[in-house]
Design a protein around this ligand. Structure first.
Ligand code: UD1
Ligand code: CA
Length: 459
């Protein structure tokens, strides 16, 4: 941070009940793009390099603290939810002197670090608030100004007259001020209002009455100030955020079939000419090389897909590394620890787990490969099952190069099929197969001549 700044303390409010969510979970733990609302705010706060981050918890405090475990945070408990002013007062005494304090709301998740940076530099000796102009200001506190446009106060929706309610300049909830100044102002805030709460924005009205400058910064981005109070608002913000992510992908050369039907709940990196069909969900960290195609209705979590690979509809991939020019699906399930070398193929209703499939090898239909390593150019027939689990331990299956496993074979691990081995269809393979040998592990067929169906028998 620039040297001219005073040290920064950040207080994040997360004690509210979130009644309007109608949920047993605390509001701030509801997920936006796969991450709790509050975690979005904390991640942004961390980018500002504050001396301390305080989180005020109350409703569902245990669950909130658990969800935020092992992060460098100081928790303060607000026993009764008496309003945002009271919540800030819970943390303010723990802020170091001669600092600037920045207040963020746990239910305003997309506030941008760059906006906050500008706000902090404007709060070195007087309070500053972040406001926005909205077509539909309902639910937000309104910014009152005199005829000359000077700031007067913030009035909450519940306390606003009809004329005040028509004002479309609103309080985003974000505020910064010198710490001692905010403490002195907050001590004077009363709860004589419609909700009988201690309103944090009242400090701004008091400062104005004292003749202290109150600066107002305006954000033009409606997403960054959007507050989540109910499930409809959460869904609206989710979709708006996803559309924005889709737009960024398209700007970078990705063909997105429908910006309304894509969900990126983590980080997605794409090369050029990637094609993403409808209803694809990305979780964790996903990386797609140039020209990768993802069919409709796929879920990809923590996977790397190299260039030219085609993932057909209805596939589920997690914790996998897929090489170049592979073809997967439709309807494949690729589980953690799966590694596919280039040009490998995994077809419909095939499940792989902790499995390596070598260059050009195929498992095209109805198979389970667990704890398995398959060499190059091998073929795993339809219905092949690796019996990797004996009820206690997991055992490996090793398949060499150019092996052919006939349909409906059962490979009982630990087992090794050497290069060029051939397994007859319907075999139960319980011992190793040497190079280029044929394993037939099934009852021999016998045909009984003269046999009669029961209804053809005389007696
Ligand atoms: C608040 C602002 C309003 C602003 C809007 C922006 C006040 C009084 N009003 O209204 O001016 O336009 O946000 O989104 O500040 N919280 C606590 N303890 C409490 C009450 C709330 O920690 O006692 C926390 C909540 O968990 C939430 C945040 O403070 O994260 C805001 O509370 P909420 O009740 O949602 O305030 P709004 O009515 O949205
Ligand atoms: Ca709110």
């Amino acid at each position: 941070m620039a040297a001219s700044y005073k040290n920064l303390e950040i207080i994040i409010l997360a004690a509210g009940r979130g009644t309007r969510m109608r949920s047993s979970a605390p509001k701030v733990l509801h997920a936006l793009a796969g991450k709790p609302l509050l975690q979005h705010v904390i991640d942004t706060a961390q980018q500002l390099n504050p001396t301390q981050i305080h989180v005020v918890v109350g409703h569902g405090a245990g669950a909130v603290q658990k969800a935020l475990a092992n992060q460098d945070l100081i928790f303060h408990t607000q026993l009764e939810q008496l309003g945002t002013g009271d919540a800030v007062a819970c943390a303010l005494p723990a802020c170091r002197p001669n600092t600037v304090v920045l207040v963020l709301f746990g239910d305003v998740p997309l506030i941008a670090a760059s906006t906050l940076q500008a706000l902090i530099s404007g709060a070195q000796d007087h309070p500053i608030m972040l406001a926005a102009r909205l077509d539909d200001p309902r639910g937000y506190g309104r910014v009152l100004r005199d005829e000359e446009g000077h700031f007067l106060a913030v009035v909450e929706q519940a306390d606003a007259s009809e004329a005040q309610a028509s004002i479309n300049e609103v309080n985003t909830g974000v505020l910064a001020a010198p710490t001692e100044q905010l403490l002195a102002l907050l001590n004077r805030v009363e709860n004589d209002n419609a909700q009988q709460e201690y309103y944090l924005p009242d400090v701004l009205g008091l400062a104005q009455q004292d003749g202290t400058d109150v600066a107002i910064a305006i954000t033009k981005d409606p997403l960054e100030m959007y507050g989540v109070n109910d499930r409809l608002q959460l869904q609206t913000l989710e979709r708006a955020l996803q559309c924005r992510r889709a737009d960024a992908l398209m700007a970078a050369g990705v063909a997105v079939a429908d910006r309304q039907r894509i969900d990126i709940r983590g980080e997605l990196d794409c090369g050029v000419d990637v094609e993403i069909d409808i209803n694809v969900v990305f979780e964790g960290r996903v990386s797609l090389g140039d020209g990768v195609k993802i069919g409709a209705h796929c879920v990809l979590k923590d996977v790397v897909v190299a260039s030219g690979t085609d993932i057909q509809p209805f596939c589920h991939l997690e914790g996998a590394d897929v090489g170049e020019h592979c073809r997967i699906g439709p309807y494949a399930r690729i589980r953690p620890g799966s590694v596919l070398a280039e040009t490998a193929r995994v077809g419909n209703f095939v499940e792989t787990k902790n499995t390596f499939l070598g260059v050009g090898s195929k498992a095209n239909h109805l198979a389970y490969l667990g704890d398995t390593a398959v060499g190059a150019q091998s073929n795993i027939g339809a219905g092949t099952i690796t019996c990797n689990y004996d009820g206690v331990n997991k055992h490996p299956t090793i398949v060499g190069d150019s092996v052919f496993v006939g349909s409906n074979s059962t490979l009982v691990a630990p087992i090794n099929l050497s290069d060029g081995a051939f397994v007859a269809a319907g075999s139960v393979v319980t011992s190793n197969v040497p190079e280029k040998e044929l394993a037939v592990g099934r009852g021999r067929q016998r045909n009984i001549s003269g046999w009669l169906r029961p209804d053809e028998r005389k007696d």
